[in-house]
Design a protein around this ligand. Structure first.
Ligand code: ATP
Ligand code: MG
Ligand code: MG
Length: 469
């Protein structure tokens, strides 16, 4: 990429989240990720260029030095910082404005600093897709928290029975964030049980919200753009996916029925989530995480028997297992973290210079990772314990908010591939690659907000479910 010859016509709107807007190159397989600000702040308290530069570097450092070693080298692409010409950024901002969903327009793209992240476009498989005419497919899942909190600090019993995502749904619906309730439950997806995972992915398809997207050849073909949209059109989706599932079993009037196509698709997605990168070339999957360690969520629409008696196994190196292990660094829950945050705050009032030694705002380097890893198991009343737990909590928060990208590319019938790289060799021939994105550090200052939000969600859940009983 020649930074002095940037042309906005080479880039197009790709997508956005709460914190950043992403554009993709029309020819090369790369994206630019630009930061966003609340629009009311844009003119007055915009970050200085220097702050934006520091912020974007801290994102790369956190992803590369902290999240990547914890989640696994193979899954994480941290990207690199680029300084773009301001003219290019301003033109780009005008160009993408009309493509942006209304839901996201409370924030504006940073057109002041010129700093951005350049990343590989994960919706397009980097390896050539073996001369096949079919475009690569990519499934993006934002799985959210996959375990029930087990901390002794929890004050409301329901938090041990109903997962955060399911409780949060009630709150989001009441606040108009979404119009229809998602029946997806993260605990089913993370269970490692094929049946539960199947249902979890099916529920994501039925109500994707911001947890599920499908891209074809890098273009979004399925996903929710705003709260008011109608229920997703499953037969249109099956139509799009049918060319990838053309083998002979289950043919109806010459082609697979919509139901059969979606069924196969869900199975391929589940297999990719269960596959294990580092042991993909060995026959025996490593087993870990017995199901009872994480249990099940009482709000999941699945039948109790299936939840209790399902045969669960999440291979230790699978992407879901890696994410779950990092999420579980939050073992005190926000209710246990908040008093430790206050201990740190009190300490900083007395010793303000300690802020940098404790690496509260970074730098996110090896020594930060060390603090995350070596935190004492028991509270000895020390500042080291408090800060270690706070760092662990923030790392876990990032893992609760990341997305998994599964890129699937068809390979022609006559291609000879190593069979271990294929999903269901006897069935549709698809190669895949799995990555994790959106690994930004969560701000230390957000802990009091998280504490309040937690009690709002739990109290609302208790009130709304109680009044229905
Ligand atoms: P959130 O609100 O979830 O925190 P965010 O603002 O941090 O989101 P991202 O999730 O990083 O932003 O990016 C927004 C979207 O852009 C993603 O959901 C994904 O669809 C797309 N995207 C981001 N990075 C890439 C990439 N490297 N390749 C392809 N698509 C990407
Ligand atoms: Mg995101
Ligand atoms: Mg994010």
């Amino acid at each position: 990429m020649e930074l002095d010859k940037m042309d906005e016509n080479d880039w197009k709107y790709h997508g956005e989240g709460n914190k950043s807007l992403v554009v993709s190159h029309v020819q090369h397989s790369s994206v630019l990720r630009l930061l966003k600000y609340p629009s009311q702040d844009a003119e007055h308290s915009q970050q200085t260029t220097e702050q934006a530069c520091r912020h974007i570097h801290s994102i790369v450092d956190f992803s590369k030095n902290v999240m990547k070693p914890l989640l696994g080298e193979a899954y994480v692409h941290s990207g690199e910082v680029v300084k773009l010409p301001l003219d290019f950024v301003r033109h780009l901002s005008l160009k993408v404005q009309q493509e942006r969903p209304e839901l996201r327009c409370d924030k504006v793209m940073d057109t002041f600093s010129g700093y951005a992240l350049c990343l590989p476009n994960l919706t397009q498989l980097n390896a050539c897709h073996f001369g096949d005419h079919r475009l690569p497919l990519c499934v993006e899942i934002k799985p959210k928290c996959g375990f029930l909190p087990f901390s002794v600090h929890i004050s409301k019993e329901c938090k041990r029975r109903v997962c955060r995502f399911c409780m949060h749904q009630h709150y989001k619906l009441a606040n108009g964030k979404w119009k229809r309730q998602s029946r997806y439950c993260p605990l089913d997806l993370f269970s490692g049980n094929k049946q539960r995972m199947y249902i979890a992915v099916k529920h994501l398809l039925e109500e994707p919200q911001n947890n599920f997207k499908i891209f074809k050849g890098g273009e979004l073909i399925f996903g929710c753009k705003d709260a008011a949209e109608q229920t997703p059109d499953m037969s249109a989706l099956a139509q799009q996916l049918r060319p990838y599932f053309t083998h002979n079993a289950g043919l109806y009037k010459g082609h697979l029925s919509a139901k059969a196509v979606l069924n196969e698709f869900i199975q391929v997605v589940s297999s990719a989530l269960l596959s294990s990168w580092s042991c993909s070339r060995t026959a025996e999957p490593k087993k870990a995480h017995p199901a009872d360690a994480r249990g099940y969520c009482e709000a999941s629409p699945l039948h109790r028997d299936l939840l209790r008696n399902g045969n669960n196994s999440l291979s230790k190196d699978s992407v879901l297992s890696r994410i779950l292990q990092v999420q579980m660094l939050d073992n005190l829950d926000i209710e246990g973290i908040y008093p430790l945050y206050k201990r740190v705050e009190q300490y900083l009032v007395e010793f303000p210079k300690e802020r940098s030694r404790l690496q509260i705002d970074g730098p996110y380097n090896d020594s930060y990772l060390e603090k995350v890893k070596i935190c004492p198991a028991e509270d000895d009343g020390s500042i080291e314990y408090a800060i270690g737990k706070v760092h662990q909590y923030r790392v876990a928060m990032t893992a609760k908010d990341c997305s998994v990208m599964i890129t699937l590319a068809p390979c022609g019938e006559d291609q000879v591939l190593e069979s271990t790289l294929e999903i269901q060799p006897a069935k549709p021939r698809l190669t895949y690659s799995v990555s994790i994105l959106d690994l930004d550090p969560k701000p230390y200052d957000a802990i009091p907000y998280q504490h309040k939000l937690d009690s709002k969600i739990v109290n609302y859940y208790l009130r709304s479910t109680h009044s229905k009983q």
